[in-house]
Design a protein around this ligand. Structure first.
Ligand SMILES: [Zn+2]
Length: 145
């Protein structure tokens, strides 16, 4: 299973965060909720994203895509701001032709919010940080109502 090393925002301890887990990751030292930022592809998207217990923000990106490089740090920041509430899953379209086809990704970055495995919101193309933030808030609010 793939893991990511992440330092705890509360105590600074480095944690090994799995790509998949029931629930969401917590710090092994202080038990604080940890941000969850992972990668997925054609083979593990179902397990990593669609079966996630917390809402998933999917980022379809590519290494050669300039706008993706602008959006990516914004998404990282949003994920770090709401640990335990969102899981950021990055999909490299060049390595995931199956997912690109299945979700009909025409432009990158394409962002999706998945709640209980279903697409709750979708956004194509780059947007300013405040637009992405309110788009995400709205999608997550829809999930709660
Ligand atoms: Zn901690």
């Amino acid at each position: 299973m793939e893991t990511t090393l992440l330092s705890c925002p509360s105590c600074g301890k480095t944690n090994r965060v799995p790509a998949q887990a029931s629930g969401h990751p917590r710090c092994g030292n202080c038990k604080a909720d940890l941000p969850w930022i992972v990668a997925a592809g054609d083979n593990d998207f179902a397990a990593v994203a669609e079966q996630s217990a917390v809402p998933v923000l999917v980022d379809f990106w590519a290494a050669w895509c300039g706008p993706c490089r602008m959006v990516s740090p914004v998404l990282d920041k949003l994920a770090r701001e709401c640990p335990g509430k969102i899981k950021l899953v990055k999909v490299d379209v060049d390595k995931s032709p199956g997912l690109s086809r299945r979700f009909d990704v025409q432009a990158i970055p394409t962002l999706m919010v998945l709640i209980d495995g279903k697409v709750a919101a979708r956004q194509a193309g780059a947007a300013p940080a405040e637009v992405l933030r309110s788009w995400l808030d709205k999608a997550l609010a829809g999930a709660r109502s």
